[in-house]
Design a protein around this ligand. Structure first.
Ligand SMILES: O=C(O)c1[nH]c(=O)[nH]c(=O)c1I
Length: 308
């Protein structure tokens, strides 16, 4: 049995990645990922043109069925992550980038186009925690405008990180936009935006920014993540890969994401709960499920979810 997967031409021995934002902001964290077994590839924290401190603490809170975060896009700045990915990579790496405006996104990607970096990049269109900023990918026309301008000059591998959608017509609309562009992949889902958790004893919220509203992750978002992977796989051109993110806590969840069509699967909240050893456990559990079912490779069952 092999867990081999393909990352834009690079063969990975595991389909598992970290979710951008989790354990991938500092050099130390990135080096930890580079040495994590059964992590097939790694993704950097979304980078902005200028370094950012992010939102005030508390900004991450663990819940029994997941997590809520309002990090506020803290990162060491685009130059740091560009330097990092230009170094000799011990593990395939996706550079994640974000911007607080379409203009900033264009500026950043023009610099990236002019740089020596030839690897995969992921444009985050879905950060839910920037005070006063909407999640861009909920505005289909704005997303179309940004991608149209980006692909007027950008020729290197580029994918997008999407927020969850909750309406089949919205799946149709975003897929119609994305299918117009030579994207390497979509990564779905980002956290479920603007959830709220209440501390009953203290009678207060648990994160500081935005009055306690924050992005939801972990097992509670698995059905939404599976729906978005499935719906986008059904609608996007085969040339656009689907990275499944959201709600993975077990090998069964990885299996489900792949059954829905995911080429690769990211894990975020469960890394915060369990540490980087979670990747060994997930790989082992996935192999056991495949052995039990008689599958030799991920391709044997990828996208083969049956309807009734
Ligand atoms: O608050 C964050 O930094 C953050 N948090 C998320 O849950 N998703 C994102 O894309 C980002 I950029």
């Amino acid at each position: 049995i092999d867990l081999n997967a393909d990352l834009f031409g690079q063969i990975l021995t595991s389909p598992l990645l970290n979710a951008s934002g989790v354990h991938c902001q500092t050099k130390e964290e990135l080096n930890d990922l580079a040495h994590t077994s059964n992590l097939g590839a790694m993704v950097t924290k979304s980078a902005t043109l200028q370094a950012r401190a992010g939102n005030p603490n508390p900004r991450y809170y663990d819940l029994k069925n997941g997590s809520i975060n309002s990090m506020g896009l803290p990162n060491l700045g685009y130059d740091f992550y560009l330097d990092y990915v230009l170094q000799e990579q011990t593990k395939p790496t996706i550079l994640s980038v974000a911007a607080l405006s379409a203009a900033d996104a264009i500026t950043l990607l023009k610099d990236l186009q002019a740089s020596d970096y030839q690897g995969p990049t992921e444009l985050n269109l879905s950060c839910p925690n920037i005070v006063g900023e909407p999640q861009l990918a909920y505005d289909f026309e704005a997303t179309d405008r940004v991608l149209k301008e980006v692909f007027s000059f950008y020729t290197k591998p580029l994918g997008v990180k999407l927020p969850p959608y909750f309406d089949l017509v919205h799946f149709d609309k975003i897929a119609a936009v994305l299918n117009k562009y030579p994207l390497t992949h979509v990564n779905t889902i980002n956290s479920v935006g603007n959830g709220l958790w209440v501390d009953i004893e203290q009678e207060q919220v648990v994160t500081k920014a935005k009055g306690g509203f924050g992005g939801l992750g972990g097992t509670m978002v698995l059905p939404t993540a599976l729906a978005n992977v499935r719906a986008l796989r059904q609608r996007l051109h085969d040339s656009i890969k689907v990275l499944g993110t959201g709600g993975v806590t077990s090998g069964e969840d990885v299996f489900a994401h792949i059954l829905c069509g995911a080429d690769l699967v990211s894990v975020g909240t469960q890394v915060m709960k369990e540490g980087l050893s979670v990747y060994d456990r997930l790989a082992e559990e996935l192999q056991a499920i495949m052995a039990h079912k008689g599958y030799q490779s991920l391709a044997d069952f990828r996208g083969k979810l049956k309807e009734l």
